[in-house]
Design a protein around this ligand. Structure first.
Ligand code: 5CU
Length: 382
């Protein structure tokens, strides 16, 4: 039974836990947090996060690690419940030994952060914060260490999934070595949030100084597009059809390119033979955040998901509701803050307005995307 009032649930919201921030402070190359004297003569901390990030990085402060700031942000935007994940680049830059220890320590920290959070107002059986844990996915890690961390996560009451980047163990998400990891993630029913960090080769963006615009607007979503396409082409979703994969930034360009992908596969019999279904079918097995900033894009993604079953090798029908059942509101907090002191964040308002303005979604579809889908996905119906 779902709550009488529909909640707003944010499934894309990040944190650098204090232990992680300390790790970044101890580093001398990116990703790192360093201190300097700011323009106003006061000490400030700055974050260098993206590979080859130009300049001095961005200001970083308590909005990245302080739970009260997260709760304040939620209150400001009427968000009832948040599913928090560590921000990129997770543990990617660490040795296997350090990654394993830090993954488990951070998972415990996050569970405590979530479980000691207040109740969600109006949803008294629910906490206001839940989390995605971390796996030590780095080159040369032993698979039993990763499986051990999955096991650890299943013992943590407020961690309902994992966030992972696109590198896997260094060779991408289509690496055969990941098979036992997918198997364990399917078996434990953890939601896997796939999120970018590296973008694409920056040479593609030319020499003009465009700040972070091209890496974030295009590099991030293309990275996700390529990683998830490779996963589909490797047959991962045929072998693990119950895996619950949630894609950041509405799946990047995958919905737009899925028919082209299907056509290219059809014209390549070797690849075609590997898959049980037309490529478009697999989009209906995925979940997509609704961090697309525009109603037309959300409508398009939901339409593409809605027709996925028609590409099942067993045949199926277009279902307009399926699309809106697989999309979930997110904010990307604390990234994309307002440039001027403002109560409301434009990035959040844009995403909320986009959901409210999708012409083909009725009231119930909007309530699903705003929060009810998340409660179902994370088994929090009450
Ligand atoms: O602004 C950025 O760099 C980012 C980032 O690094 N990660 C993210 O999730 N959103 C924006």
């Amino acid at each position: 039974v779902l709550p009488a009032t529909a909640p707003i649930v944010d499934i894309h919201t990040h944190v650098y836990l204090p232990r992680y921030a300390a790790e970044l402070r101890a580093r001398t190359s990116a990703p790192r947090i360093y201190s300097r004297t700011g323009g106003d003569g006061k000490p400030e901390e700055r974050l260098l996060i993206l590979d080859g990030e130009p300049g001095v990085g961005r200001p970083v402060g308590s909005q990245y690690w302080d739970r009260d700031q997260k709760l304040l942000f939620m209150k400001r935007h009427d968000i009832d419940i948040s599913f928090i994940s560590s921000a990129n680049p997770w543990l990617d830059f660490l040795s296997p030994e350090r990654a394993k220890v830090l993954a488990q320590d951070l998972n415990n920290d996050l569970d405590e952060y979530c479980s000691s959070s207040p109740q969600a107002e109006g949803f008294s059986a629910l906490k206001s914060i839940y989390g995605f844990g971390l796996l030590p996915l780095v080159p040369d890690i032993s698979i039993p260490s990763v499986l051990d961390t999955i096991k650890q996560i299943t013992t943590l009451s407020h961690i309902s999934g994992v966030i992972m980047g696109t590198k896997g163990l260094g060779k991408g998400l289509d690496d055969e070595a990941l098979e036992p990891v997918w198997e364990a993630l399917q078996k434990t029913n953890l939601v896997v949030f796939i999120h970018p960090h590296y973008g694409v080769d920056s040479k593609a963006f030319g020499d003009r100084a465009n700040g972070h615009v091209l890496p974030l607007a295009l590099g991030f979503p293309f990275e996700t597009t390529i990683a998830v396409t490779r996963l589909i082409l490797a047959g991962v979703l045929d072998r693990y059809p119950d895996l619950r994969l949630l894609l950041a930034h509405s799946g990047g360009a995958l919905p737009q390119l899925s028919s082209r992908l299907a056509s290219c596969i059809t014209h390549d019999p070797v690849v075609a033979k590997r898959l049980k279904h037309d490529a478009r079918y697999y989009l209906g097995k995925l979940y997509f955040d609704a961090v697309a900033y525009g109603p037309e894009e959300l409508a398009f993604v939901s339409d593409v998901i809605g027709r996925a079953e028609t590409y099942s090798s067993a045949g199926g029908e277009y279902d307009a509701d399926i699309g809106s059942r697989r999309m979930l509101f997110g904010t990307d907090h604390p990234f994309f803050p307002p440039l001027e002191a403002s109560q409301k964040w434009q990035s959040v308002e844009d995403n909320l307005k986009a959901i409210q303005s999708v012409g083909v979604w009725n009231k119930s579809a909007r309530a699903n995307v705003l929060g009810l889908n998340a409660l179902r996905l994370f088994n929090l119906e009450h």
